[in-house]
Every structure is written in C-alpha cells, then in structure tokens.
Design a protein around this ligand. Structure first.
Ligand SMILES: C[S@@+](CC[C@H](N)C(=O)[O-])C[C@H]1O[C@@H](n2cnc3c(N)ncnc32)[C@H](O)[C@@H]1O
Length: 248
C-alpha cells in the first residue's frame, strides 16, 4: 500500500507538522460534545495516526480502540498514550478490511484519512466494514476536506507551518481523477539545510459520492462543516459526515 509507506516515512515529523501537542485539549473539548450527546462509551478511531483523537476519547472515559495501517504512526501513538496515562487497544489494520471482535457506539475516521481509499468502490466496501463495527444506535463520524471546494478552486497549497528549524509545506498536484498529496519538510540550520519530500495519491470524494455510498450500505447521513458542528456550506473548508442506522 502506497499510503502505508508514505506514513511510515513521515511519521517522525507528523506531530510537529500537525501540531499534536497544541491540538490535544481543543480536540478533546470538541469530542466531549459528541460523547455526551450520543452517549458514547466505546469507540474505534480508524486511521488513528499518532492517536490524537483516540487519546482524547480515552481521556473522556471512552473505551477506545485505535486502528491504523502504518506501524510507525502506531509506535508514536503508543508512546503518546503512555505519556498521557491512558489505555488504548492499538491494532494495525487497513481500513478497507478493518475487522474487530467487538462493536462500538462510534466509529471515527478523522483528519482527512478517507481520501486514501482508491475509488468509490473501495469507499462502499470500507463503509460496509465500518457499519459492521456499530452497535444498533451507533454512529459513524467521518471528517475530510471539502473536495467539492478543492476541485472547484484547484488551490495547490494545502498548508504550511514551521516548528523549530523545520518548515512543512503540504501541496497538491491535480491529476486526471486523483490528487497527488505532497509533503515537503525543509530543515534549515545555521550551516546546512536538508529536504524530505514524500507524496501519496488521494481520491477526492465529493459530498454526493459520500452520501451515495452511505445510502448504498443502508445508513442515513447528515453533513456538517466541522465537528463543532456548524452547518455545511458549499465553501466550508471541511466536511463532516455522520452516518447512523436510524433517524436521530
Ligand atoms: C492524515 S493522517 C490522519 C491521522 C489522524 N486520524 C489524525 O487526525 O491526526 C491519515 C492516517 O491514515 C492512515 N492510513 C492511510 N491509509 C490507510 C488505510 N488504507 N487504512 C488504515 N489507515 C490508513 C495513515 O497511516 C495515517 O495515520
């Protein structure tokens, strides 16, 4: 899997690039509302990365499993969990075939992980696996960029930030039906500089493709702009999809 080796290669600086430490409390605060309003006592964080949301959920008292395809991301996640004194069941599994021997009140797939899937067929298959992980009143919560907006704007720069002596630049190449996602890390110290450039392919799932797939597997869905959750608009930066068995 291309995405697996991509994340294995960027795992060592993923947290600096995405500001893990700065975001933990904020994300926990946001997830608190979900835990309260949906009475979530068990959850799985699929494509959990270095464990930001899994750890936040565990700190809220939720019995949490974290699943990811990259062993290097999971190694960092384990270290964070230890630092934060929480117990999480970490498993290494691709989301396309995620399978666990229990069901959950919530399946989370956050931080733009879903576009690592190859195409709408793989989306159907993966959401089908997510559905099998749900308790009867359970919800699936997915967060990704709003690709309707990305495809309309075709802005190549995704994000840029600096931590210590390294600058991180994330940018897109727009290809026929895919997007190539590049991560460029430029380290500049007094006497020398070095660069690390990695890339992987994303499938830019649109709102309609996501909703079609949810309906196909027999769930209903609501769409929001973020996890707050604010109402979705055409120019929302993100898209949050909440899928469930029943009308809330
Ligand atoms: C952008 S990161 C998001 C991580 C985390 N959810 C967050 O919000 O910080 C995407 C994660 O998805 C994982 N991933 C990519 N493809 C995957 C797949 N097919 N199955 C499971 N995990 C995958 C990567 O290893 C990486 O940890």
């Amino acid at each position: 899997l291309e995405e697996k080796s991509f994340y294995n290669k960027i795992a060592s600086f993923y947290d600096d690039m995405t500001r893990f430490t700065e975001r933990l409390d904020t994300e926990q605060h946001i997830l608190q509302q979900w835990v309260d309003s949906y009475q979530i006592s068990s959850a799985v964080d699929v494509a959990c990365g270095t464990g930001l949301h899994a750890i936040a959920l565990a700190r809220l008292g939720v019995v949490t499993t974290g699943a990811d395809v990259s062993e290097n991301m999971l190694t960092t996640a384990r270290a964070h969990a230890k630092n934060h004194n929480v117990h999480i069941n970490w498993v290494q599994q691709p989301m396309q075939s995620v399978e666990l021997d229990q069901t959950f009140d919530a399946v989370f797939c956050l931080g733009n992980s879903l576009p690592h899937l190859k195409d709408p067929n793989e989306l159907d298959q993966t959401l089908g696996h997510f559905k099998k992980l749900l308790n009867p009143a359970g919800i699936i919560v997915i967060q990704l960029l709003n690709y309707d907006r990305v495809l309309a704007n075709k802005h190549r720069l995704v994000g840029m930030n600096k931590k210590d002596d390294t600058r991180y630049i994330r940018f897109y190449d727009f290809e026929e039906s895919y997007i190539r996602f590049n991560v460029l890390a430029i380290k500049e110290s007094d006497d020398q500089s070095s660069t690390n450039w990695q890339s992987t392919r994303l499938y830019p799932f649109t709102k309609d493709q996501l909703l079609t797939s949810v309906l196909k597997i027999g769930l209903q869905a609501d769409v929001y702009a973020d996890l707050d959750p604010n109402p979705y608009e055409d120019d929302s930066k993100n898209l949050v999809l909440v899928a469930s068995q029943t009308q809330k």
